[in-house]
Design a protein around this ligand. Sequence first.
Ligand code: FES
Ligand SMILES: [Fe+2]
Length: 338
Amino acid sequence: MLIEHDQLRHHWYVVAEVFDLVAVATEVDGVHMTSSPLAVRLLGVDYVVWRSTNGELVAAPDRCPHRESPLSIGTVADGCLTCPYHGWKFGDVGACVEVPSSGAGRPVPPKAHLPVVHVRERYGLIWVCPGDPVSDIPMMPAEDDPRYRRINSGVDRWTTSVTRMTDNFLDISHFPYVHVGTFGLEANQDVPKIEMEQLDADFFGYQYEVEVGNTVGAASSGIDADVITRRMTTGFHLPFTVRSTIHYETGLDHLILLCSSPIDDVTSYFTFVIWRNDDFSVPGEEVITFDRAIGAEDKIMLERVPGVLPLDQLATVSVQSDKPSVEWRRQLSTLLGR
Ligand code: FES
Ligand SMILES: [Fe+2]
């Protein structure tokens, strides 16, 4: 099983949007009083995520140390997570701060504290690393550039493997087939020779030009033409993050971070984040309608392909247009010690 590789535990994965926590918060007289903890699943393990008293996120296995109730069905009040079964309370960094049946002021058993895991907020996303991080969340410099705005899309669940998703996001030869409903051009089947290079400190990939249909995506490109040329780069950051950058001749940059996280071998979280240096006039929701439609086309295709994409290169046939995926699988295999 892919998810049983211990090496995968030491990397960062998106499990939710920050908004997913905020959305369930309750305001009482303008004061943030309670929220529901989030239940997420990563690499086959259930986690609970909540915001503690100091505003920091806490993530821990979704299991109460007392009698194993899921903590995600508990409640959060004033930054403390309360287990719904016997009311044990957990505070900052998962410390057990109260065992009601023991009476006030009694020390709590040392093993009552939660074995928290690394959790961070970046790009409006909640990232979890269950082990000791050996790499960082990839850098998107546009995040700190005031000429760019960020648009988040929400976290979706796909019934497919992260390996199939990453392979797909690195691949342009499926555009004329899977994406004819959005930007793919049926006539545009040849893929020029691909040269792989280090695109920047965090992404390894390739540069290319592609002609795409623009009838559906005019709001996103800001150009009024049926067919337009995009200058693009597509690259990966191990294990499963892909970034595509699109440069239009108008000077518009449209950057897409595609994050795939293994819930288990054949179920994954998917989210994409966009940064654009446009004039901010088109509402974000309208801009991402086009990218959502493209993602939906990929999802329909991938959910019809069973199982995990084998990392053994000989198990599938690859051609020159598969070079990015072949290189990603080679590097992923090295990371996994295979
Ligand atoms: S199971 Fe959580 S307090 Fe008893
Ligand atoms: Fe696609």
